[in-house]
Ligand binder design. Structure first.
Ligand SMILES: Cc1cc2nc3c(=O)[nH]c(=O)nc-3n(C[C@H](O)[C@H](O)[C@H](O)COP(=O)(O)OP(=O)(O)OC[C@H]3O[C@@H](n4cnc5c(N)ncnc54)[C@H](O)[C@@H]3O)c2cc1C
Ligand code: FES
Length: 278
């Protein structure tokens, strides 16, 4: 796979190619470097997105490097930069630094059954890996995707789920915390943890990857441990407030580790004993 050196300090100009609504709070941006060069990322990495006058924010790449030179970002409107980004449409320019951070270890995942568990916006970085597994299916065992959202309107990538379900050896489970009165949702109700007990999985052949809000990790890990998965087979992607993104400022520290450089992807066995990691 082609990888170009990341832009460490100087933002590289990029153009927004298209924007689509994912949920009332999240949009999907298709972006390309203005020089047309490939981004050179791997699934699990993030970019520092910049808008002059609005600062920077770390955002995961939501598309696979196997899908061409343009790339996608799933962005939730949270504060100043992400709200301004949501106001920008196709043809507008943004800056990026990166790709940064430790990606998912594709060699370690090769030949394994993958159990991908996300909550809320956590499906965005996992989508990069999901697309990669679709495009390189021969390198992996089965792929099971479990996703939880607060309500049906907030389920991410709804229009892609049928394409994931119809991929050989892929399976999907969705659930929502709550449904709107009078809505027509007839799927699972409850937290994403409720989808784990019915699974048939081989704990010696399965690697689980968890990406979601902090509140989700402990309960998901508990259910996975009940299935016999040990901490060396559970991967987590963590979020911390970031500034430099390249291991210089210390803003993202988890004890001796830096989330931007040593992570954001960690094996549970690497971080479970660190204070404040989960
Ligand atoms: C590695 C990484 C990958 C990420 N990937 C995505 C992604 O793919 N899509 C996405 O929508 N978001 C992602 N985020 C979160 C995103 O970076 C923040 O939502 C964004 O920085 C908010 O910027 P803002 O200027 O809009 O908000 P601000 O105005 O800076 O902040 C609004 C509020 O959010 C809080 N906040 C900001 N950043 C964080 C953070 N990282 N953790 C906890 N609270 C925070 C602030 O303290 C403040 O209360 C990621 C974060 C990290 C660290
Ligand atoms: S964001 Fe500066 S060290 Fe991680």
């Amino acid at each position: 796979m082609t990888t170009s050196p990341p832009s460490l300090y100087q933002p590289v100009p990029c153009d927004i190619v298209s924007v689509s609504d994912l949920t009332p709070d999240e949009k999907l941006f298709r972006v390309i470097r203005s020089d047309g060069a490939p981004l050179g990322h791997l699934p699990g990495q993030f970019l520092q997105i910049s808008l002059p006058g609005w600062g920077e924010a770390p955002i995961s790449v939501a598309s696979s490097p196997t899908r061409g030179n343009s790339f996608e970002l799933g962005v939730r409107r949270v504060g100043s930069l992400t709200s301004e980004l949501h106001r920008r449409g196709a043809g507008k320019r943004i800056g990026i630094r990166g790709p940064f951070g430790r990606p998912f270890d594709l060699l370690f995942l090769g030949g394994q059954d993958l159990l991908l568990i996300s909550g809320g916006c956590g499906l965005a970085p996992l989508r990069s890996l999901i697309q990669y597994c679709q495009d390189r299916a021969e390198e992996f065992g089965s792929v099971t995707i479990l996703h939880g959202a607060k309500n049906p309107d907030h389920l991410l990538f709804k229009n892609e789920i049928s394409s994931w379900e119809s991929t050989a050896r892929f399976a999907c489970g969705l659930t929502v915390d709550d449904t709107a009165p009078g809505g027509c949702y007839d799927g699972n109700l409850g937290q994403v943890t409720s989808l784990i007990p019915p699974l048939q999985l081989d704990p010696l052949r399965t690697v689980a990857i968890i990406v979601g809000p902090p509140v989700m990790y402990r309960s998901v890990i508990h259910e996975l441990e009940r299935k016999g998965l040990h901490a060396g087979r559970i991967v987590v992607s963590l979020e911390r407030q970031m500034q430099c993104g390249v291991g210089k400022c210390g803003h993202c520290s988890i004890e001796h580790l830096l989330c931007c450089k040593d992570g954001p992807v960690f094996l549970l066995s690497e971080i479970e004993h660190l204070r404040g990691a989960l």
